[in-house]
Write a protein that binds this ligand. Structure first.
Ligand SMILES: Cc1cc2nc3c(=O)[nH]c(=O)nc-3n(C[C@H](O)[C@H](O)[C@H](O)COP(=O)(O)OP(=O)(O)OC[C@H]3O[C@@H](n4cnc5c(N)ncnc54)[C@H](O)[C@@H]3O)c2cc1C
Length: 256
């Protein structure tokens, strides 16, 4: 468990950003990952008073505040209306309901875990992140950036009609995934995202031949071995999950 010398409930995003510049400070999301460590922080910065726990929409976009919990996303009528059961499939294996009531989308995206269901899923949609210092950038660009001391305030999902499906394989129901896969379709663009390789998710896109792309994914993606699975098994699974998710994404389009 972590400890802290002082705890500050931020009154503005600017204050949170300033406090977070110190190497020994930390933003507190749900604390679910942080509590596994033993760090002694000088200042813990709580964002819970800043209204960042809302899922909102305008004509073009859906905005997720950084403090929105995984469970809020899973049960959101708004997200389910636009994306069918995509968010449910992406989130339902993550530990359990009590855990998902606590863990936040902000903490999940900032952490950019290789095993992340959330990063895999959101990369398949057209998303930007909003950072207190750097402003708005694409999630794809953010996913490749090194860790820094910025504060993530929002994740923005474009409402452009992209249809998506999510698949994962686990050794047991709530374990970390062996492999994650999200496929999305917008007009003639098909996007494949493969995560938990076990490294961070990678993206492939095609507008011509999805079968050839799935073969390329199997042949060219770098997979690794760990205690959950070998790289050979992951390579084989990638083809299966891409096919399954592609079929589901196409079904979603037919349903519209
Ligand atoms: C036992 C266990 C099993 C898990 N299994 C899965 C799984 O199967 N699939 C999956 O996808 N995920 C899994 N996760 C990860 C989980 O979904 C969350 O991503 C994780 O707990 C982080 O969310 P949090 O809100 O708890 O973040 P915290 O623990 O509060 O924070 C994590 C990091 O992000 C920083 N941070 C938090 N919010 C912000 C912000 N707004 N701006 C800047 N920095 C910020 C914190 O300072 C910290 O460094 C698991 C986690 C645990 C502990």
């Amino acid at each position: 468990m972590f400890s802290a010398q002082q705890y500050i409930k931020a009154t503005s995003i600017q204050q949170a950003l300033e406090l977070n510049q110190k190497r020994t400070s930390a933003i507190l999301g749900g604390g679910c990952w942080m509590r596994l460590g033993k760090k002694n922080y000088s200042t813990l910065i709580d964002l819970s008073g800043l209204g960042l726990d809302q899922i909102e929409e305008n004509d073009d976009e859906i905005s997720l505040g950084a403090m929105v919990t995984l469970r809020q996303m899973e049960t959101s009528q708004l997200l389910n209306r636009y994306f069918g059961d995509f968010f449910v499939q992406m989130l339902r294996h993550i530990v359990g309901v009590q855990f998902r009531n606590c863990a936040t989308v902000g903490g999940s995206i900032v952490s950019r875990f290789g095993f992340s269901d959330i990063l895999t899923g959101l990369l398949a949609l057209d998303c930007d992140v909003v950072l207190a210092q750097k402003g708005r950038i694409s999630l794809n660009e953010y996913a490749q950036m090194p860790y820094d001391r910025d504060v993530l305030t929002h994740i923005i999902i474009k409402k452009n009609g992209r249809c998506a499906a999510y698949e994962s394989v686990r050794n047991t129901e709530t374990d970390l995934p062996v492999l994650t896969c999200a496929v999305s379709i917008l007009e003639n663009n098909i996007r494949f995202v493969i995560g938990a390789r076990p490294q961070r998710a990678v993206i492939y896109e095609t507008s011509t031949d999805p079968e050839a792309m799935i073969q390329k994914i199997q042949e060219e993606t770098e997979f690794g071995s760990n205690m959950r699975a070998s790289k050979e098994y992951r390579r084989m699974l990638s083809g299966v999950l891409c096919h399954r998710a592609l079929e589901k994404a196409k079904e979603g389009i037919k349903c519209r």
